[in-house]
Design a protein around this ligand. Structure first.
Ligand code: NAD
Ligand code: UDP
Length: 337
């Protein structure tokens, strides 16, 4: 199977390409390199002996997409491309709606013109807003608290309407919880530009000496230790979730919605302690004010994916922190230019 992977040079996309290759599929990457570097390609080759084809392009360019879909005889698309920084989305809502919402509509339109009817979309647990309870199942109500989250919700709604009008399509919405970790080889990992927004990249940059201390956003939440609780999932488990989705429902018409999480919640302080343990490095921190828009706790009920896709997260917190440290300590400044 030939799989077009939009955003395949990025963090989750690059790890998914490796697992696609291992599963005997052929990934073709389409990415504008807005938030990634071309040097990820030789790293993919190093770990799986094969370099995926890469086309530099923007998902808002329909003609280019049509050429690629036809030329590579694409069977299905995994759609990672988009912008993902919550804070930035508040400052630049137009850019977020253009990339994430308009970009997806252009992609689906190009697929329709080429008769490619199978799509897996990167959604997020952010579509659950501030959930009334945990664990969260797929049937929980959805809402958004910032433009990034709203863009994901809008895309989910557009795709739901589109699939209802085109029932022969297979559209899968994968709602990721908190992806962390790196390929166990240490060759690939998360390489954020500038100051990391997310917890794990920040913690690992403190451990490697790039930043002085971690600010822990809020210590008075109604959680086990007062700090925010999330469902951290290893990026390799997440990558495998895409393979399972393609194999189980990628050629089954319908709208398929799955949580991809572990079902376990860890606090910020638990993550710091686990990281110190894995790295042997101290991670100094300061307790500061809550970050606006953050919720207290959020973790998945992943049983639907287990039942229907046969997928379950298998990696431990130790795997997540050890693999992150291997990547961060071996590549303190991320990928080379
Ligand atoms: P990433 O930024 O590492 O990867 C996204 C890739 O898309 C980048 O390589 C970027 O260059 C590319 N891209 C952006 N806009 C593009 C465009 N218009 N045309 C072509 N390429 C474009 O992000 P990631 O962490 O790998 O996330 C992948 C997807 O998963 C995103 O849609 C994100 O919203 C979603 N997601 C991520 C998380 C997370 O915490 N990382 C959580 C939930 C959902
Ligand atoms: N967090 C923190 N300091 C940071 C970054 C994040 O204390 O520098 C906390 C944040 O408040 C939340 C958890 O870590 O409780 C996970 O945050 P992240 O941004 O990684 O994911 P999200 O909030 O999107 O679930």
């Amino acid at each position: 199977m030939n799989i077009l992977v939009t955003g395949g040079m990025g963090y989750i996309g690059s790890h998914t390409c490796i697992q696609l290759i291992h599963a005997g599929m052929t990934p073709i990457i389409f990415d504008n390199l807005d938030n990634s570097k071309a040097s990820v390609l030789p790293r993919i080759e190093k770990v799986c002996g094969q370099q995926p084809q890469f086309i530099q392009g923007d998902i808002r360019n329909k003609q280019r997409l049509i050429e690629v879909l036809k030329q590579h005889d694409i069977d299905a698309v995994i759609h990672f491309a988009g912008l993902k920084a919550v804070g930035e989305s508040v400052q630049k809502p137009l850019e977020y709606y253009d990339n994430n919402v308009n970009g997806t509509l252009v992609l689906v339109d190009a697929m329709r013109e080429c008769g490619v009817k199978s799509l897996v979309f990167s959604s997020s647990a952010t579509v659950y807003g501030d959930p009334a309870s945990v664990p969260i199942t797929e049937s929980f109500p959805t809402s958004a608290t910032n433009p990034y989250g709203r863009s994901k919700l809008m895309v989910e709604e557009c795709l739901t309407d589109f699939q209802a009008a085109n029932p022969e399509w297979s559209i899968t919405l994968l709602r990721y919880f908190n992806p962390v970790g790196s390929h166990p080889s240490g060759e690939l990992g998360e390489d954020p530009q500038g100051i990391p927004n997310n917890l794990m990249p920040f913690v690992s940059q403190v451990a490697v000496g790039r930043r002085e201390f971690l600010s822990v956003f809020g210590s008075d939440y109604p959680t086990k230790d007062g700090t925010g609780v999330r469902d951290y999932i290893h990026v390799m488990d997440l990558a495998d979730g895409h393979i399972a989705a393609l194999q189980k429902v990628g050629s089954q018409s319908g709208l398929h919605v799955y949580n991809l999480g572990t079902g376990n919640g860890s606090s910020v302080l638990e993550m710091v302690a686990a990281f110190e343990q894995a790295s042997g490095q101290p991670v100094p921190y300061q307790l500061v004010e809550r970050r606006p828009g953050d919720i207290a706790e959020c973790w998945a009920d992943p049983s639907k994916a287990e039942k229907e896709l046969g997928w379950v997260a298998t990696k431990t917190l130790e795997d997540m922190t050890q693999d992150t440290w291997r990547w961060q300590s071996g590549n303190p400044n991320g990928y080379p230019e």
